[in-house]
Design a protein around this ligand. Structure first.
Ligand SMILES: C[S@@+](CC[C@H](N)C(=O)[O-])C[C@H]1O[C@@H](n2cnc3c(N)ncnc32)[C@H](O)[C@@H]1O
Length: 391
């Protein structure tokens, strides 16, 4: 029997007037041109208006719930229950009792992680800290985690700590950080930005357009050939990992996201870049419409993150696909406790054509602790199928 069809709420393709006015003000202030990273920062994080900052549902399983995309913790609690095994071992190995989560989304990952870890009598967890750019998502996380507040310290941080001692987790955070777009057209490199199109006859027909400017400095990496090419540059993600490396005193960093090593990412044949938008669980490549109403994202260059980390005393301790990582952590064992229906859903986390291969997991730890971690046999999520050598 077919399940009854659930009506999907229609999503607007028109940039809301408040966001238009905000972008107008930003463009006016910047002389009529915003670099793409400036535009992406406004489109996603402008207070109250940006995609992550407004009250729209965003994360969820189906278009019918008003959401735009699903992440692993939203897809199945089996993700966080399995991740808890790595987090627990990492806390013991590194001698820390805090988790710092960056970009907590709906709070789904925090909720299941806390619930799972507190069930273990040997659990060291005493403190859960979330760093979240969006005030709207912070409020959702606070409501969701309220029942756990009496059982451990839960707080939201707005500044980098000094001497951070924690297991740091970022699930799909790097992909939400603004990028610059550099384009090679007819052999010449340009920086891609955004400007406003104002038709002489109808100022009401508000529209944004791509606007490319000559690049003042050579592109940060060489792309073989002369053909047209779009290069994404993740300066903010690299600055973020450097800031984290400086803050970190003890512990490790687990980053989970879709992305590639640089050899795959910047392959001359992958000339279109990876920029994507998500609305109502459909992907498109036009971030200039429905601004603030859809997610804008790029894949992660894991080599750049690993190199920036290594240059600042955070060593790469493992890199593998999400599927391999979860299996190493005991996914199949965790799966046993789920219902058949929940198992079908959870298997998407490891299937290669779903989230199992495109998503990668990178683990970093302070240089001076690598010897101890290796002596203890390394991090459990990377015991087999480690691909660190491909970075
Ligand atoms: C794609 S969502 C992922 C949410 C959640 N981690 C999940 O997997 O469901 C990206 C999240 O990262 C947050 N974010 C982006 N940049 C951030 C930063 N620099 N620091 C903290 N949070 C950030 C966004 O506000 C949002 O909560």
């Amino acid at each position: 029997m077919q399940p009854p069809s659930v009506p999907t709420p229609p999503k607007s393709l028109v940039t809301p007037p408040e966001m238009r006015a905000h972008l107008d003000a930003c463009l006016d202030q910047a002389g009529g041109w915003l670099s793409f990273d400036q535009f992406m920062a406004e489109a996603l994080y402008a207070p109250g208006l940006g995609y992550y900052a407004n009250a729209l549902p965003k994360l969820g399983q189906m278009p019918a719930d008003g959401s735009d995309f699903v992440t692993a913790p939203e897809l199945s609690p089996v993700f966080a229950r399995t991740l808890a095994k790595q987090v627990s071992q990492a806390m013991a190995l590194c001698g820390v009792d805090a988790i710092w989560e960056f970009g907590g989304g709906s709070g789904a990952l925090a909720e299941t992680l806390i619930e799972t870890l507190l069930q273990d009598p040997a659990c060291r967890l005493k403190q859960y800290v979330i760093v979240e750019l969006s005030a709207e998502l912070r409020a959702r996380q606070q409501t969701r985690l309220l029942p756990y507040m009496s059982r451990l310290s839960i707080r939201w941080a707005t500044e980098w700590p000094t001497q951070l001692a924690a297991v740091v987790i970022g699930n799909e955070v790097l992909d939400a950080m603004p990028v610059s777009l550099l384009v090679r057209r007819n052999g010449r490199w340009l920086e891609r930005g955004v400007s406003r199109v104002i038709p002489a006859e109808a100022a009401a027909d508000w529209r944004l357009a791509w606007a490319d400017r000559p690049l003042q400095t050579p592109p940060p990496r060489t792309i073989a050939g002369e053909h047209d090419y779009t290069l994404e540059w993740h300066a903010q993600a690299q600055a973020w990992i450097v800031a984290l490396a400086h803050a970190m005193d003890r512990g490790c960093v687990l980053l989970i996201d879709y992305g590639f090593t640089e050899a795959e990412y910047y392959h001359p044949q992958r000339h279109m870049g990876t920029l994507m938008c998500h609305q109502a669980h459909r992907a498109d490549t036009n971030p200039l419409v429905a601004v603030g109403l859809k997610d804008i994202t790029t894949h992660v260059d894991f080599t750049a993150i690993a190199v920036a980390a290594q240059d600042h005393e955070l060593a790469v301790m493992g890199f593998t696909s999400q599927g391999r990582f979860l299996i190493n952590c005991g996914f199949l064992e965790v799966l046993q406790s789920a219902s058949t229906e929940a198992q079908v859903q959870a298997l998407k986390l490891i299937h290669e054509h779903e989230m199992g291969e495109l998503f990668k997991v990178l683990i970093l730890c302070k240089d001076r602790h690598t010897v101890d971690v290796n002596a203890a046999g390394g991090f459990i999520g990377f015991t087999a199928f480690d691909r660190s050598h491909t970075l």
